[in-house]
Ligand binder design. Structure first.
Ligand code: B12
Ligand code: SF4
Length: 526
């Protein structure tokens, strides 16, 4: 069998980082680890090709070669995924769709011959057999969530590694918390399942052997979901790092209670972590309580962020507007919080009711779901009727984005972060320690040169940019690379803010726009 694994293109959103990646000479942030894992699970006798349409074109000759097309994706890739499915089917090619998208959209919406819901480790044999026999079913549902020991070494040979800025390794799946809006816990469960340490080290060895020497993203839902196991892994990672002359700069996702465990933060630092993404959501405690994000309550969120930064780690943050508890002052409070936090990459989104979540079920009962289109939380779309006037919410959202991604405001946050994570010359106080950020890598040297041209010579915000560069040259010389990477990230965030702001002018607000609920979700909506 010739299996063609295809990853559909992402739309241009905050998360695509497309406009920044150009500066780095890269085409996408990360490779499709789901498909690389599926490839490794398929029978060894099968021939495999992987086309990630974020970094290359899907050619007719690939389709001609294939016996079956296997696609993966997130909800947000629906349009491009369905387009590819239809293109394959028009050529008579059998199609199979899996990945998180299969958990949030119905098989009818995905249009494929077969849809696989859930993780592939245990059901792939049956699927492969049925495909070979020509008896593949319309829907396969993983009966249980597999132990991570059954997950194979991802097939790295199938990707064009140098087109990505970051490689990925997964250590665990699932998260023990229970936030109302979260679909992670619906898809991957609340019991964190971890790989054996040896499995993770093998993946790192594989990356090293393939010549990778840049950032690695540990793509866990919550890296510290099981703190005891995370610490065991961290000890091994620190050891691996020593044996491998420095290892890779690492980043991951974690819950905010990381700030409560000094030993854990120190161990992450020693293992090479330079950055961590946290779901902060809102500075308004009543919103956190109402959405069951209890781990973020009864604390000063700003202090927790600063504590993590003091271990040399950049904090990236996820924020949400549109909770039922949000009052008119939420927009100003959000901007004030973000500015004080020193979080340069602050991903603010409108609340989305993802199908399958507790939030979706509650809003459905309350008759407030407008449509199923909830894949992009940093877009211009509301799929439910909010408590706040919808126009006010969208307008407030736009004002937050404009304020936090204005050049001056953005550079202020970058400087605050650099201040907090860099050692003061001649002083080594408290927990403040040098970051693991490399001074300058080949990629951020390239970013430096292209950014000077694009932002410093032709950019509309030249003045702010040069002021920032002057600050870097005088105060933050030891982290020029990190500063330049953040400068080009800022460029991307500003381009998207501009685009989004224009799109929001034309947004169809729920209650005004047409309801588009499919029949199986209750037809017309309520
Ligand atoms: C890394 C990551 C990213 C990376 C991109 C990685 C990439 N190249 O795809 C970045 C940071 C850019 C990103 C961005 C976004 N992400 Co993201 N991301 C992840 C994360 C943390 C890990 C993905 C991964 O590598 N997993 C490891 C692989 C092994 O797991 P897997 O893909 O699920 O694959 C298994 C099964 O699904 C199945 N399978 C997968 N594909 C296929 C195909 C076939 C044919 C078969 C049979 C089986 C199969 O088998 C695999 C092995 O079991 C996941 C969470 C997670 N636990 O997966 C979220 C996740 C995929 N992201 C999500 C979201 C929502 C987003 C954003 C839309 C953010 C937002 N909030 O708006 C953006 C979209 C990007 C954009 N440009 O706009 C959601 C998707 C939800 C959904 N229902 O679709 C997830 C699940 C997390 C969440 N709930 O927030 N993301
Ligand atoms: S902490 Fe994050 S991953 Fe865990 S349940 Fe809450 S939103 Fe989901």
């Amino acid at each position: 069998m010739n299996a063609l694994l295809i990853y559909p293109e992402f739309p241009d959103t905050y998360w695509s980082f497309k406009h920044a990646l150009k500066f780095l000479g890269k085409r996408a942030a990360q490779p499709p680890l789901g498909l690389m894992t599926v490839a490794a699970l398929l029978p060894v006798s099968w021939k495999k090709r992987l086309v990630d349409t974020n970094v290359e074109r899907l050619k007719e000759r690939d389709l001609e070669w294939a016996d079956v097309a296997l696609l993966s994706g997130m909800h947000i890739q629906q349009a491009t995924l369905v387009e590819i499915v239809e293109r394959c089917k028009a050529r008579g090619l059998r199609t199979v769709v899996g990945g998180p998208i299969a958990s949030s959209l119905s098989p009818e919406e995905l249009k494929a011959d077969s849809v696989v819901v859930g993780e592939a480790e245990e059901l792939i044999r049956t699927l492969a057999w049925d495909l070979e026999m020509g008896t593949a079913k319309a829907v396969y549902q993983a009966e249980e969530r597999p132990e991570m020991s059954t997950s194979p070494l991802p097939d790295l040979s199938l990707i064009k590694m140098n087109r990505y800025s970051t490689m990925t390794v997964q250590y665990s799946r699932g998260c023990p918390f229970n936030c109302e809006f979260c679909d992670i816990i619906e898809i991957y469960g609340r019991r964190p399942r971890t790989k054996a340490i040896a499995q993770v080290l093998r993946e790192l060895d594989q990356l090293r052997a393939a010549g990778w020497n840049d950032t690695v993203f540990i793509v866990d839902d919550n890296f510290i979901g099981n703190k005891v196991r995370a610490k065991l892994l961290l000890t091994a990672l620190a050891e691996w790092r020593k044996e491998n002359g420095g290892g890779f700069p690492l980043l991951t996702e974690a819950s905010l209670n990381l700030a409560d465990d000094a030993e854990l933060m120190q161990m992450m630092k020693d293992a090479g972590f330079v950055s961590v993404f946290l779901g902060i959501e809102t500075p308004d405690e009543s919103g956190l309580i109402a959405s069951n994000k209890l781990q973020n309550t009864h604390r000063s969120l700003l202090e927790s962020v600063e504590t993590i930064q003091s271990y040399g780690m950049q904090v990236m943050g996820g924020f949400i507007l549109g909770f039922d508890t949000d009052k008119d002052d939420i927009f100003d409070r959000m901007v004030e919080f973000i500015q004080k936090s020193g979080i340069p990459i602050a991903m603010v989104g409108l609340l989305q009711a993802m199908p399958g979540t507790q939030l979706f079920r509650r809003l459905w009962k309350e008759g407030r779901i407008v449509d199923m289109d909830a894949g992009n939380n940093t877009g211009d779309h509301l799929n439910f009727l909010p408590h706040m006037d919808a126009e006010r919410l969208v307008e407030g959202y736009r004002s937050v984005l404009k304020r936090i991604y204005g050049c001056e405001a953005y550079y202020e946050r970058v400087k605050l972060y650099l201040n907090r994570t860099q050692p003061k010359p001649g002083k080594r106080t408290g927990a403040k320690q040098p970051s693991n950020q490399q001074w300058m890598t080949r990629a951020n040297a390239r970013a430096f040169v292209t950014s000077i041209l694009r932002q410093g010579v032709f950019g509309r915000q030249r003045w702010s940019y040069w002021k920032f560069l002057m600050a870097v040259a005088t105060k933050y010389r030891h982290c020029v690379g990190a500063a330049m990477t953040l400068a080009v990230m800022g460029y991307h965030l500003q381009v998207i803010t501009q685009k989004l702001s224009e799109a929001l002018d034309e947004v169809a607000l729920p209650g005004i726009g047409e309801k588009r609920l499919p029949a199986e979700a209750g037809g017309e909506g309520k």
